[in-house]
Design a protein around this ligand. Structure first.
Ligand code: IMP
Length: 196
């Protein structure tokens, strides 16, 4: 079985990725490989952040590795919070604060269009490949649902009646930004499984 490191310790993301990948690959976390470092995520784009994280692990620990970076891009806010999604309300803030800030900024805004966008960088045998997935939707006026994480309670994907936090994980993974980017990664790995 192919072993691959996912450069994260975010348990929500690990769970999601393992559910999407099923038993095709063994996915190891940073903790699994003994990496306790805080890998910087302060670049200006999702692509640069994902690349930096994957390259960092490959170069330092020698494992084939992939890393993702995700942003919520709200059109009326010129793409914010975007690459700053994790720390939109300030360093060390929690999702609740980020959600409150977004809802406040959109208080009098009727154009509520937004998308989640994920970029995955895979470094395999030293070579990088990038995969992207996105999902369009709108920002709700108040939180809906208890599941998911991050901005899930205020994101209603286009064509659906439940927020990401209200739908079960299978349904979210089937249409989500990360799910779509992951499907591209999996298709790639399946077609190049036995590189030296
Ligand atoms: P990350 O850098 O890829 O971890 O994502 C940055 C931030 O975007 C996270 O801290 C979350 O607040 C948010 N985020 C990422 N993925 C999701 C998702 O699937 N649902 C809701 N929020 C997300």
């Amino acid at each position: 079985m192919i072993e691959i490191v996912f450069a994260t310790n975010n348990q929500h993301k690990l769970k999601e990725i393992r559910e999407i990948i099923g038993n095709m690959f063994t996915v190891r976390s940073l903790e699994d490989i003994g990496c306790r470092e805080d890998i910087p995520e302060d670049a200006e784009t999702l692509e640069e952040n994902a690349s930096f994280k994957a390259r960092f692990i490959y170069d330092k620990y020698g494992y084939d590795c992939f890393a993702d970076d995700t942003g919520l891009e709200i059109y009326a806010l010129e793409g914010r919070p975007g690459v700053k999604s994790a720390r939109y309300a300030g360093e060390d803030c929690i999702s609740e604060n980020n959600i409150r800030k977004v809802l406040k900024e959109l208080e009098d805004v009727s154009d509520r269009g937004a998308r989640f966008r994920t970029v995955i960088s895979l470094i395999r045998n030293g070579q990088e490949s990038l995969f992207e997935g996105s999902v369009e939707g709108i920002i709700l006026r108040e939180k809906q649902g208890e599941g998911g994480f991050g901005y899930d309670p205020i994101f209603l994907p286009k064509g659906h009646t439940q927020s990401f936090a209200s739908m079960g994980p299978d349904k979210k993974n089937g249409i989500s930004h990360r799910g779509r980017a992951m499907q591209k990664l999996i298709a790639f790995l399946k077609h190049a499984p036995s590189l030296p």
